[in-house]
Design a protein around this ligand. Sequence first.
Ligand SMILES: Nc1ncnc2c1ncn2[C@@H]1O[C@H](COP(=O)(O)OP(=O)(O)OP(=O)(O)O)[C@@H](O)[C@H]1O
Length: 233
Amino acid sequence: MIDLQNITRMFTVGDERVYGLKEVDLTIGNGEYIAVMGPSGSGKSTLLNIIGLLDKPDSGIYQLEGEVTTGLADSKQAELRCHKIGFIFQFFHLVPRMTAMENIELPLMLAGVEPKVRKQKVQKAIETFGLAGRARHRPDQLSGGQRQRVAIARATIMEPHILLADEPTGNLDRASGNEVIEILEELNSRNITLIMVTHDPELGNRAKRQIHMIDGIIGSDHTSSPATAYAAR
Ligand SMILES: Nc1ncnc2c1ncn2[C@@H]1O[C@H](COP(=O)(O)OP(=O)(O)OP(=O)(O)O)[C@@H](O)[C@H]1O
């Protein structure tokens, strides 16, 4: 469960103060599938960064799975992030000099998992995400869709409960984008919470709940009825 209470994040640009988020209340249950939409600058990435513990609010309380995260030491926040949350970005954020395999292995290394277990897990992920034959390729030797599949493998290798995806198909052609969405939806069907920022209304409609941001606040929060959700697929 993700629970944001009265969350505000402000940025100072020159003499001006800009709200990234303004007194936002939001509760997200386990296994939900949410699309976060809204115009540029409305606070979508700020919201995702706060939920993902990549950024801290200026005020308010954020509880992640019952634990109050606000005020926790950076190291403790990093530990929570590493074990509970996977990130997928529009531009993949893979390490260019590492192979697909090494990129996928990275979170396991950072978490101190022993080499034998690492190898087993990476091998399984390579197979699960259709990357056999590409394991030793570097990102610049992979297609966009393959890079995003490596990024998803890396994001899920620690078996997080929550996946945060910021425009995961924004840099992909339609076919590769569809493939990536289907993978993310399959993960969500296994009770992984999926929160996806998207500018694409068609994609947004596939989610079971749509949150529209405007000027740092939640302008609307709509959950599709099961029948509507089915029709949108
Ligand atoms: N690091 C920063 N420094 C200053 N202002 C920032 C910073 N990050 C975000 N903002 C401001 O906070 C507001 C929300 O930005 P945010 O990136 O969350 O919007 P967004 O909805 O994700 O936009 P986009 O769709 O263009 O990615 C904007 O006014 C933005 O200019």
